[in-house]
Design a protein around this ligand. Sequence first.
Ligand code: SF4
Ligand code: SF4
Length: 225
Amino acid sequence: MTEPSPPSRPARSRIPGSGLAKGLAVTLRTMTRKTVTEHYPDVLPELPPRSRGVIGLFEENCTVCMLCARECPDWCIYIDSHKETVPPASPGGRERSRNVLDRFAIDFALCMYCGICIEVCPFDALFWSPEFEYAETDIRDLTHERDKLREWMWTVPAPPALDPAAEEPKELAAARKAADRLAAGAQPAAGRDAPPAARGSGQGPAPSEEGPGTPTSEEPPEGAS
Ligand code: SF4
Ligand code: SF4
């Protein structure tokens, strides 16, 4: 059985040249609008200061706590480390152990630029850089090892200036106190000046002057390999 053919459209009367006029009107409208085209790569785009281009690693601050690798939703941070024993700082003291970084790599072929690793790092070892020109023809080259990640640190913009009305950060106050103590010729650790009875008074250890960025720790963080 053959299907009925669709009804033919009624012929519309057209003004000759109306299509041409419409086309020219579109052209004129577009010519007078502000262009949004970026002339990349001849002209580099002006990116917002907090652009997420690539991640830089400030290795000195990394304590190999593994938090970033554990929290990364894509499992694209690879960290290897080993433990080293540090001799006691004073005779009769306890030996300490510290984690030494062997490998730190990020696979940017997997990374989704969520920024979780940077947010969770407790020691300010990871930073966003706006640099984005690192396309590769081989996907394996998108895994950036620690040397490459360290190089990206040179492209991390300086942080915005502090609010002059803000309270002084406690880290600055602590650093100034430590510098004053050193200048006055005091021992680096305040507890060493205290009499032995005071040392065992159960009031907790004297505050460390090494700061949060020092990888040495008495109790190695959970999960460090
Ligand atoms: S930005 Fe997100 S996906 Fe990329 S390495 Fe960090 S946590 Fe993983
Ligand atoms: S210190 Fe920061 S960068 Fe280093 S392992 Fe821990 S979370 Fe990651």
